[in-house]
Design a protein around this ligand. Structure first.
Ligand code: MF3
Ligand code: CO
Ligand code: CO
Length: 311
């Protein structure tokens, strides 16, 4: 194994690093719930789905996206010191099944749980386990629901108790970076304008932009071939056709954005141990620009809670 290069944390609170806890037994999904193709084998196979949605699929994605947004709003209410990430997993699993859906992460490429919970320096794909949340933590909860043959993928980062000022700013500016990425979308516009807007905002606040994980096409498949970097990629000259569905999900860091993978082959952490935040929406390219699919019928989402602390 390669020796881990250790660097001093430059910014943010000095709390002990996140360590893996115990992972609970696999949760079951009732037989009458429709499953995505990878549910049994873990293998999603090659991406074959078109990037542009039919009106029927788009209507289904609105409903599934709204249900995912509701689950994220409800799990957010459980976030407090002492709650384990496994308890959050149980809630998301049961809420997904109660909504008549399948929690998309479960057995996707062998992922063992129903939601991703990424704490502090964990960039993404944190596996829920027995670790209780501690006062001062930040946690990203990434909910994806499969229902009516389509996925809705959305995440937000939340505060656990009393959080330091640097982390609060990181979280708020990451939420704003997603909003700016969304605002950059226009029909037949360049994909790279999204990353350009996000990177510009990050630089303004001296935040890093993670390059190892990017947004993606989503629809009947969890991850399709369309790639959405959150940094400016000059050579990326592809354009976004109307009715294309995809995610934007920037991960920003207080320190360097370089990532390191844990031995579990899922948990990605910052190499320098500094904190990182992420927000994600599933979107469709509409005439007026990107329309968010992962909002409630009233247009609400968990992101609003973090952008407007009064709300
Ligand atoms: N929801 C994540 C994303 O935004 C993917 C999680 S894959 C899993 O793309 F297997 F870890 F669940
Ligand atoms: Co995603
Ligand atoms: Co996600």
């Amino acid at each position: 194994m390669a020796k881990r290069k250790k660097r001093q944390r430059t910014v943010g609170p000095s709390l002990p690093p996140v360590r893996a806890g115990l992972i609970s037994p696999t949760r079951r999904v009732p037989a009458d719930i429709a499953r995505p193709p990878y549910a049994e084998t873990g293998d999603p196979g090659p991406s074959v789905a078109p990037l542009v949605q039919t009106p029927e699929n788009l209507a289904a994605m609105r409903r599934t996206g709204a249900a995912a947004a509701e689950i994220l709003l409800r799990v957010a209410e459980l976030v407090r010191p002492g709650v384990t990430t496994d308890e959050l997993d149980r809630f998301v699993h049961e809420a997904s099944v109660d909504a008549g859906g399948y929690p998309s992460p479960l057995n996707y490429r062998g992922y063992p749980k129903s939601v991703c919970t990424s704490v502090n320096e964990v960039i993404c794909h944190g596996i829920p386990d027995s670790r209780p949340l501690a006062d001062g933590d930040i946690i990203n909860i990434d909910v994806t629901l499969y229902r009516e043959g389509v996925h809705g993928d959305t995440s937000a980062t939340f505060f656990v108790g009393d959080v330091d000022e640097a982390s609060r700013q990181l979280v708020k500016e990451t939420a704003r970076a997603l909003q700016l990425g969304i605002d950059a979308v226009r029909p037949d516009g360049l994909v790279n304008e999204i990353g350009q807007a996000i990177e510009r905002h990050a630089r303004r606040f001296s935040l890093g932009v993670v390059r190892d994980f990017i947004g993606h096409g989503v629809g009947t498949e969890f991850h399709s071939n369309l790639q959405i970097p959150h940094y400016y990629e000059r050579r990326l000259t592809s354009r976004l056709e109307r009715n294309t569905t995809f995610t934007i999900e920037p991960m920003l860091t207080l320190g360097e954005p370089d990532a390191l993978m844990w031995d579990d082959d899922w948990t990605a952490v910052t190499l320098d141990g500094t904190r990182t935040a992420q927000f994600e929406h599933t979107l469709v390219v509409a005439e007026s620009g990107a329309e968010r699919l992962t909002v409630t019928p009233a247009g609400a989402c968990a992101h609003d809670l973090m952008l407007d602390p009064a709300g």
